[in-house]
Design a binder for this molecule. Structure first.
Ligand code: HEC
Ligand code: CU
Length: 370
């Protein structure tokens, strides 16, 4: 009758070597979450500090074990029939037992303080990105890159584009409840707390697509609150930012996209559909909502539902998503649009997929998935 606890134990035991592997392996072809990805200077700093501490721990273990076995063996009763020496206190031994741990703890403190001093300060040439967690998606805003002719900055939903080989200072906060921002291949995990803004650095010198997750339980779709980080070579990153700054959503190209556009901007009273524009922004149109993810270049993105679906699976889910979001993503805070006809849904999809960055600024498919 005690199967559950035993099972739990076993899975913990089998998870331990896996954890070790995960931390030691460098990310390979399949998308791997790895705190051992040595292409990030953050991870490298933490790793070498940990190695130093682990080596010290091993030496201490060997020293203590040796002392233990040596003493037990040397003072075994069968060797000594006489009564052992009776004494009280041993100043030298006590000084040693206090002095050695003090030295060890001091070394660990210096190592930790040194690593914090390297990793924590924001370098002057870092790229700044504001990260906001919300139930159950991510907003990425580039505060230093105002949109041409506008008062807002370049913004993207659920997909963070960064330059490889440069420190990226992310200022993390949350809209509603506590979330946490974690892209392990690029750096440490940080809480996203409403009302608090904390900046720290992530980086990688290897261009690629990396996986990120929310790591604080934040509601029904916590596990579905993911994001992608696309690290581009500098020239491609510059092209993305320039394209995003200059971007204006293309005008609807046919009657289907036009109908999608109309519903997006005005809603549809006969289907009790509120305008999508009240919650979503599309750069270059009147849509300026910020309740849901920015959809300015949705057609150039590759994910849907904060990273739940990618590629083909994504396209298959766009209409079910709009029709009844909570049925495909538990707890989704987007209203249900069940009264829209299939044609309306297809037209909304057509319009959303027409929202594309110019090819030079597009960021998918240009770097490998890691
Ligand atoms: C009341 C605000 C609100 C309205 C109105 C709204 N949405 Fe949303 N929408 C959201 C929120 C919040 C999310 C994020 C949900 C999540 O991922 O958990 C979202 C997500 C999306 C996404 C997914 C984006 C991504 O990259 O994952 C699409 C596409 C979308 N909405 C389209 C629409 C369309 C089309 C309409 C109009 C028919 C619409 N929305 C109306 C709030 C809204
Ligand atoms: Cu979350």
């Amino acid at each position: 009758m005690n199967t559950p606890p035993r099972r739990a134990k076993r899975s913990f035991a089998s998870a331990a070597p896996l954890l070790l592997l995960a931390s030691a392996s460098v990310a390979s072809a399949a998308q791997t979450l790895s705190i051992g990805d040595m292409h990030s200077s953050y991870n490298r700093n933490i790793w070498w500090m940990s190695v130093a501490v682990i080596v010290m721990a091993i030496l201490i273990f060997i020293g203590v074990s040796y002392a233990l076995f040596y003493t037990v063996n040397k003072f075994r009763e069968d060797k000594h029939t006489a009564e052992p020496d009776q004494f009280h206190g041993n100043n030298r031994l006590e000084q040693l037992l206090i002095g050695v741990p003090v030295i060890i703890v001091t070394i660990i403190t210096i190592l930790a303080a040194r690593t914090m001093a390297i990793v924590n300060p924001t370098p002057a040439d870092a790229l700044h990105v504001n990260v906001t967690g919300a139930q159950f998606w991510w907003a990425f805003e580039y505060p230093d890159t105002p949109v041409t002719g506008g008062t807002v900055n370049v913004t993207n939903g659920n997909e963070l584009v960064i330059p490889a080989g440069r420190q990226v200072a992310v200022t993390v906060t949350a809209k509603d409840v506590i979330h946490a921002f974690w892209a392990p291949n690029l750096g440490g995990q940080r809480d996203a707390i409403p009302g608090s803004k904390k900046t720290f650095q992530i980086d990688t010198d290897q261009p690629g697509v990396y996986q990120g997750n929310c790591t604080v339980l934040c509601g029904a779709s916590h596990a579905n609150m993911r994001f992608k980080v696309v690290a581009l070579p500098k020239a491609q990153y510059d092209a993305f930012i320039a394209g995003a700054q200059a971007y204006k959503a293309p005008a609807p190209a046919n009657s289907s996209e036009q109908n999608g556009y109309n519903i997006f901007m005005q809603g549809k009273a006969s289907a009790a559909a509120a305008p999508c524009a009240s919650c979503h922004r599309i750069q270059g149109t009147p849509a300026a909502g910020a309740v849901g993810p920015d959809l300015s270049y949705f057609g150039s993105r590759n994910t849907l539902g904060a990273g739940i679906w990618e590629g083909k699976a994504r396209e298959a889910h766009i209409q079910p998503w709009i029709k009844n979001c909570p049925s495909v993503k538990p707890g989704c805070l987007m209203p249900v649009y069940e009264k829209l006809s299939d044609t309306d849904l297809a037209d909304l999809e057509a319009y959303l997929l027409s929202l594309k960055l110019p090819e030079s600024a597009a960021y998918w498919g240009k770097v490998p998935v890691r």
